[in-house]
Design a protein around this ligand. Sequence first.
Ligand code: C2E
Ligand code: CA
Ligand code: CA
Length: 762
Amino acid sequence: MLLILPLGISYLLRTDGIATDKYIDDRRNYIEQVLDTIDSSFSAYEQLIYTTVKITEELAPDKAEHEAALKLAFSSSRSALVYGIGIWYEPYSFDEKTERFGPYIHHIDSNNNKEEITYFWNTPEYNYQNREWYKTSLAAKEGEISVSPPFFDSDYTYITFGIPFSKEGKKTGVVTVDIVLPQLQGYLSDYNFSDFSGVYLTTKDNSIVFSKTDASNAAIEKHAMEGEQPGLFTDRTAVYDENEITSFFEGIGQKPEILTSETENGVFRIHAFLDRKAIFLNIIFRHSLQYLIFFLFWTSVLYLIIFNSSYLKRNYENRLLNTENERLTEEIFKRKEAESRLTFQAYYDEVSGLQNLNSFMEKEEALQPGNDNRSLIQVSLNNMKELSLILSSTIIDETLLAFTTRLKSVCPLETRLYRARGFSFFVVYDDQKTGSSQKLAEKLQNEFRFALRLGSRDIRLRAKIGLVYFKDAESLEQVLAMSQSAIAGLDVADSGRVGLFDHSVQEQKARHVVLDAAMSQPGFISELYMLYQYIVKTEDRSPAGFEALMRWKSSVLGSTVSPAEFIPMAEENGLIIGLGWFAIEEVLKAISGPLKNSGLFVTVNVSPIQFIELDFPDKLDNLLNQYAVDKNRLKLEITESSAAAAIESFWQIIDELIRRGYRLAIDDFGTGESSFHRLYSMAFDTLKIDRSFVTGLNLDERNQEICRSLMNIGKTMGSQIVAEGVETEEEHRVLREIGIKYSQGYLYARPQPLSETEFGKS
Ligand code: C2E
Ligand code: CA
Ligand code: CA
């Protein structure tokens, strides 16, 4: 659209350019017309000259005869332009001995038509002013007209036309006709040259015989005055110099267009200067209304378009901004939502909606040892891990929610509830009246002995409940540790029956110190020995192998200490490494010794902490070589506990051991905080079902189901299944029915020294 203006204007200008050209052409024609009229008057003089030449050629050298002939010619010319006619004899070629005369006739009073004839004596001494030019004219061919430059006389300026004549075949003289320039000028003045910057009438030799400049232009006027005063030929001749005049006009800002044309006989030339620019502007000016209308039209259209497009643009931008804004709002909303979700996740448990461990640590922070009424009741759902193996996560979540609801309903309002790690819950109670928190713990214990009803099914939770007092601890971490050990101290088999609350932490602490000191004695390892418990085939109770179990007969304590007590301590104080190798070496001795030909395997318990030794597999290889024991005869029992997760090399060494052909058993399967998906990917030789699933198996359908699915898992993994802690015939029967291949428990045998087994006797 913007282009329309320049296009339109240039169209108009082009049109006006053409109009300018047309105008100039028009002026050229005008100049031609002027020349035509000059031409037509000239043809009259030419006629006159030729006639005069004819007469003169016949004339005798007689004054009167010449006079009569000139009078006749002069009167017939009738032209105001003609000033006079003369006959000039060339003295030397005419007759040197005779005095020759040249008659000349001219007007003396043009108004009264009075003429006068003058005689000029053509003696060599007579030096008439135009003699040189006459000679030129005489030199011309017969019948050819010569034109003189303008001559200046005292009273007039003129140009002379000359034509030679002959007598008796000999060139004798020249007939001349003088044309008075002011009269020619007056003649030309009748023409209107007002639109020309300047008009110059010149003769062939570029003498200006007439000029007219644009009097309205002061600069031109000045030029005319300063210059050769064209048009006023008084005492000298102006010479037409086109370049000079052109540059003069250019100098005053004109764009000269020069129209040059000459008369037919070539005697006169007109050089007319037009100012193309002025003409052009003039035409434009005359068309200014047209331009104005066009411009107004264009601007209004352009305005409309710009207004419209900017309106559309603004509209579009607005829309963009709006959507952008909406998106931003949405984004911010999402972020806020995510943030609050994060905060929620950071401080709340999504499933139960209870506050989590982070909240616990922050809220229960302030601790005043010895002067703190708070107590912590920990409820740990023991069998949730196993349940999550067989139940869908949705059902597990529903179960937890149902449990939470039940927990809330049992606990007084002033208690604070948290979901800790895994399936542990904390109830913090500001126990103002002594014993009330113990009562609450017992109440909870009772509550969760019964199954939770979830839709159509009953789910039986196995809750371990611990109780600790904040005043007994130095830090919040210690409160948690105490609670953990209170729970760990619970016998799984007992948990269903009695609530066990560890309020003898101080005593435990004391024992811990004593045991630790006893273990640090140099003779500690020598006080250790192994017992062997049969693992049998469930089908016929025939021996399949042994599990080696450690005992410590402490001389310092004067008693036998349970491995359940000293193994965790050994894991803490690092003695587990030496202790572990002792057990393994003992077992290798047994296999390569009394059990050499039994064909039975022996399993030995290995703590994950032992894998701190990265060369564990190499050392084991060496030891096996040393006792020449086949890898098939040995099994390593590993409990996948939280301790394992802390050992970076744990899975790496497990992998390496399997790769080297060792048989690995997962101990206490179903109780640990196992990353089950990881276990599935490992080629474990054996899974040992924890005693908690076996105890009361005959009475508990849920556990039967768990055993069944564990057996299926074993099948899938290509692992053998061993049921631990079989104490009753009923349990045995059910295990047999289910098809669990191997069993271990007091029902078959107690852990005993190898010497007391059938292999010790031999
Ligand atoms: P564990 O590996 O699960 O061993 C089985 C435990 O159950 C043994 O307890 C065993 O005496 C006991 N038991 C066997 N049959 C029955 C039964 O029918 N009823 C009941 N109530 N208990 C039964 P123990 O010997 O006191 O060992 C406790 C734990 O100490 C072991 O549990 C094992 O984790 C650890 N442990 C024992 N010896 C070693 C060892 O040489 N090295 C390592 N790292 N840990 C060991
Ligand atoms: Ca074991
Ligand atoms: Ca076990």
